[in-house]
Design a protein around this ligand. Structure first.
Ligand SMILES: [Zn+2]
Length: 164
């Protein structure tokens, strides 16, 4: 993998998504990760007033939850290096599992994603679309990174019942 680490990020136009085992992912969607229950955001639990049914990482991997595809040329940020390789969709079903820092979360989801090995940069370009500069990760590894970000408790506001 030394080759990859020395190489500068390549423009998305010439980049080809890595495939296992040629990727540099530290984690893929293994059985343990797929079966892990993703906690709901505190705000949602309070809104609904009931404890929703448990959702696992596997439950979120569908077009209304988490999905990933190579970033398109027209998704690159103007005047920035065209190094965004993956377009990660965190749609409604996944939205229920994180808060913004405005709502009391310790870190935003993009920050949690950016801390994942192999993710060089994250652009939160739309409410539910994150563009990642992660040229050495395969699609499976990007979804694993997204799942691990949602499993990071810092992306949810701490439960606080005392002041309400
Ligand atoms: Zn991979």
């Amino acid at each position: 993998m030394g080759l990859f680490s020395r190489r500068k990020p390549v423009p998305a136009t010439t980049w080809q998504p890595p495939q296992r085992p040629g990727c540099a992912c530290t984690r893929h969607l293994d059985d343990e990760l797929m079966g892990t229950v993703v906690p709901f955001s505190t705000a949602l639990a309070e809104d609904v007033g009931i404890e929703p049914e448990a959702v696992t990482v596997a439950d979120l991997l569908h077009p209304g939850g988490l999905s990933v595809q190579p970033a398109r040329d027209d998704e690159q940020v103007p005047d920035a290096p065209a190094d965004l390789t993956w377009s990660l969709g965190v749609y409604d079903d996944a939205r229920a599992h994180y808060d913004d820092t405005d709502d009391g979360a310790e870190v935003d989801l993009d920050t949690a994603l950016a801390g994942h090995p192999g993710v060089d940069r994250v652009e939160w370009c739309d409410r539910e679309v994150f563009l990642l500069a992660a040229p050495t990760l395969c699609a499976d590894g990007v979804l694993a990174a997204a799942a691990l970000a949602l499993l990071d408790d810092r992306v949810r506001a701490a439960a606080d019942t005392s002041s309400r």
